[in-house]
Design a binder for this molecule. Structure first.
Ligand SMILES: [Zn+2]
Length: 234
């Protein structure tokens, strides 16, 4: 019960902040399924995975709703962890959650980045390569999935990109705080595009429609990462 009492205290403290500023995060709330304390890390954290019972929680102000469970992520070789910090485009960020996205021949991670604002930002990690990308709210008209071919040029927010990959993906599990809830096994088609220099874009075709993300390829040293995970044998 100790964590339960602590969380009530936290809620009271943060409730006052909410009154003052509208939104103040992180906020710790109790899982509606098991009562465990769950941290919603940032202004963009509409969801979080309960670390005790793996429930996917959706936050409505200070209420949480469980919408099912997601798989726990197994040990892996990522040098990153929740709480790793870095720096991008003159701003510091913290990794607050992640989704493991599987496809026919492998998987990659999408790390939710918290820049202390309400932007939806992700650090994609695939076999040691990294890309930062942000939700583009005004991408313009993007092609329907049936009309997309590898090599095709697509304009996203007025900039040209070339399609270089397209794959069916499904959610294999998640942890931490996320900008939106995910469902175990949830399917989407992920289309990767590249622009000039190191520019990168992804089109996500899911049940809710298409979302566009734009960003760039980077290395971990570029991002000045700190508080990395200590891996055995590294
Ligand atoms: Zn729980």
């Amino acid at each position: 019960m100790t964590f339960f009492m602590t969380s009530i205290a936290n809620i009271l403290i943060y409730s006052l902040d909410f009154l003052d500023s509208g939104v103040s995060l992180p906020v710790t709330l109790n899982c509606s399924s098991c009562g465990g304390a769950v941290v919603f890390a940032s202004r963009s954290s509409a969801s979080a995975v309960c670390p005790y019972c793996q429930s996917m929680l959706v936050r409505h102000d200070l209420d949480v709703e469980a919408i099912g469970k997601v798989a726990m992520l197994q040990q892996d070789f990522s040098p990153l962890q929740i709480g790793s910090e870095g720096h991008y485009a003159q701003k510091d960020f913290t990794l607050v959650g992640r989704i493991r996205r599987g496809w026919a021949s492998g998987y990659w991670f999408e790390w939710a980045m918290d820049f202390g604002d309400d932007r939806e930002a992700w650090l994609a990690e695939a076999q040691g390569s990294y890309a930062v990308n942000f939700l583009e709210k005004n991408p313009g008209t993007v092609p329907e999935l049936g009309n997309l071919a590898i090599g095709q040029m697509v304009s996203i927010a007025g900039k040209p990109y070339q399609v270089h990959d397209r794959r069916e993906t499904f959610c294999e599990g998640a942890e931490g705080a996320l900008p939106y809830p995910v469902v175990q096994g949830q399917k989407a088609v992920s289309v990767d595009l590249s622009g000039s220099d190191k520019r990168f874009a992804t089109l996500e075709y899911g049940e809710q429609g298409v979302s566009a993300y734009v960003g760039e390829f980077l290395t971990l040293p570029d991002l000045r990462m700190k508080n990395m995970r200590e891996l055995d044998g590294w």
